[in-house]
Design a protein around this ligand. Structure first.
Ligand code: XIL
Length: 563
């Protein structure tokens, strides 16, 4: 059965429902060792030589039996969610309060758990008396705080590591202009590590941050700082990747690669604050995507020898920082508000339990992809999700182009949709999808979808478009100019530029072009005064975008066609 439709940009989309592609592979089914459903997370983690941790809040730890039972039974490492921060431990100068911190330490010792200390030096949750000190006094206050707090637990074998500095970078990779930096300059970082080593010579000393899970400007700045500190013999032993993820912003597919590049510097790496939030309300499909994120993070850590383990930033959706911090979002943890396990729990469990050696059962075959938003260089695909029962769990999907003997891998996706970019204009693509599990087993191919990219250059000749980020801030940016150049030999009579906005980004305004959107694909058409372009001539337009707070992505896949 063939059905052909035309999309808005004139590209053809055809769905092939014949099972031809299915015959390409022989299905290899072997019984997999099922994960022991009854064993807690900590038992499986220990068997793999990793920790599985949780951040604990002292309130529910003292008030709620279920909280205590899960905290003790499922996790072999704990972090104080707030109790070891400066505002809790030294609210006024020289007046230390260790009631919460000691409660965490005692709980860990009773339950044979390790403690990751969090955090000695941070710009947040630090009292104003610290922030207002002049330089010499501030440095001395930092030394005394580290000496007293880290020193208190130095002889306690449960305390294994400290976040010495937390969140020292801006999103663009420059050092955060916190009161620490503004008063002491960048040397406060090396000093903090040296003071911590002196206070607790046996603890692993970590630098910790968020939005550093993938390879980007911020994680590369962190990489360069860690390398340079270690070259100067500053005692940095460990790098923490907070991993506050959200299903609507996409999974950092290069997480494992990023962990590995830090590991190659000789440091331990760890996932320190994992949670995966979603826009509320929860539903089964979001839960399934969330589970995939959790599974992929655990598998990335398992795949990197120097990754010590994974800490989840809480236990239950009943007590999570997410709804207060990200309005409208929530359900980020592996137990629901009533302490029932969610698919994310099963994903973490099976990833820790499954190993990769004994799962030979591939995931089920994905549904036939549907193509939409086809342009001269990009196309969006979505398909019905696969499931995996072999133990290692669904890890994601590979998208291939059918090309006879050797099919080309066009892209990978953690979820059951993706946008292909960098496609050739005016070309027919026949693509199919295979699901991947945590052990690397590939499903049989889905049926194929056929689409044809639109023409890259019209009657007037081809053109190019390049976008420049003029300015950006925490939750938005301006692209100016997008330069449109006539690279052909004839005059253009009108031009059309398309590009893709990352998930969650929305247009906030534009100038010198007429912009329309279809999903995340934006089409910009010339206006009356800039459509006529002589050969080699250029013109430009611009636009502004809102993006989720903390997200650092920018548009991609600029293509130009005429008219
Ligand atoms: C959060 C806690 O979860 C909240 O209870 C508190 O109100 C604010 O801090 N990065 C960190 C953690 O390093 O300390 C933060 O914890 C979350 C972001």
């Amino acid at each position: 059965m063939l059905s052909t439709t035309l999309n808005r940009s004139g590209a053809r989309i055809r769905t092939l429902t014949a099972a031809a592609a299915l015959a390409l592979l022989t299905v290899f089914l072997a019984p997999a060792a099922p994960a022991d459903a009854s064993a807690p997370l900590r038992q499986h983690a220990a068997a793999r030589g990793k920790f599985i941790g949780a951040a604990l809040a002292t309130g529910p730890l003292s008030n709620e039996t279920q909280y205590r039972t899960l905290a003790a039974g499922e996790f072999n490492q704990i972090t104080a969610e707030n109790a070891m921060k400066w505002d809790a431990t030294e609210p006024s100068q020289g007046q230390f309060n260790f009631s919460g911190a000691d409660a965490i330490m005692n709980f860990a010792q009773q339950n044979d758990q390790q403690v990751h200390g969090h955090t000695l030096v941070w710009h947040s949750q630090t009292p104003t008396w610290v922030q207002n000190l002049p330089a010499t006094a501030m440095r001395e206050a930092m030394r005394n705080h580290i000496d007293t707090v880290a020193g208190r637990y130095a002889d306690n074998p449960a305390l294994v590591s400290w976040d010495v500095v937390n969140e020292v970078f801006e999103e663009n990779g420059s050092l955060r202009t916190s009161f620490w930096y503004n008063t002491l300059g960048q040397s406060y970082i090396a000093d903090a590590f040296r003071y911590a080593r002196a206070a607790d010579p046996d603890a692993r000393l970590c630098i910790n941050d968020y939005n550093v899970e993938g390879i980007n400007a911020k994680s590369t700045a962190m990489y360069n700082l860690v390398r340079s500190l270690r070259q100067q013999n500053v005692p940095v032993d460990c790098v923490g990747f907070q991993s506050h993820l959200a299903i609507q912003y996409g999974f950092p597919n290069d997480l494992q690669q990023n962990l590995q590049r830090f590991a190659d510097l000789g440091v331990q790496v760890r996932i320190t604050e994992l949670d995966v939030r979603m826009q509320m309300p929860r539903d089964a499909s979001k839960d399934a995507t969330q589970a995939t994120y959790y599974r992929n993070v655990v598998n990335a850590c398992l795949a990197v020898t120097a990754c010590a383990g994974v800490t989840i930033w809480g236990i239950t959706d009943r007590h999570s920082w997410v709804p207060d911090t990200f309005p409208g979002e929530g359900a980020a943890l592996i137990y629901n508000e009533n302490y029932q396990t969610k698919p994310a729990y099963t994903a973490v469990h099976d990833a820790l339990a499954g190993g990769t050696g004994n799962d030979t059962t591939p995931p089920t075959t994905p549904g036939t992809p549907a193509a939409s938003g086809v342009t001269s260089s990009s196309a969006s695909l979505s398909w019905a999700a696969s499931t995996d029962s072999g133990g290692s769990g669904l890890a994601g999907y590979n998208v291939y182009r059918e090309q006879g003997a050797t099919d080309t891998l066009l892209g990978q996706s953690a979820t059951n949709s993706t946008t292909l970019t960098g496609l050739t204009a005016d070309t027919e693509y026949q693509v199919y999808v295979r699901a991947r599990d945590g052990a690397g087993n590939l499903s049989t191919p889905s049926a194929t979808v056929t689409f044809e990219t639109s023409a890259g250059g019209g009657p007037g000749g081809p053109c190019t478009a390049t976008g420049t980020i003029q300015t950006q801030w925490n939750n938005g940016y301006v692209v100016q100019p997008v330069t449109v150049t006539n690279t052909g030999s004839a005059t253009l009579n009108g031009w059309t530029v398309t590009f893709t906005l990352p998930a969650g980004h929305t247009l906030a305004g534009s100038w010198n072009a007429t912009l329309t959107t279809s999903g995340q694909t934006v089409t910009a058409k010339s206006v009356s005064y800039n459509g006529t372009l002589a050969p080699n001539a250029a013109t430009s337009f611009g636009f502004q975008v809102n993006r989720p707070s903390g997200n650092t992505q920018t548009p991609s896949g600029y293509t130009c066609a005429s008219p």
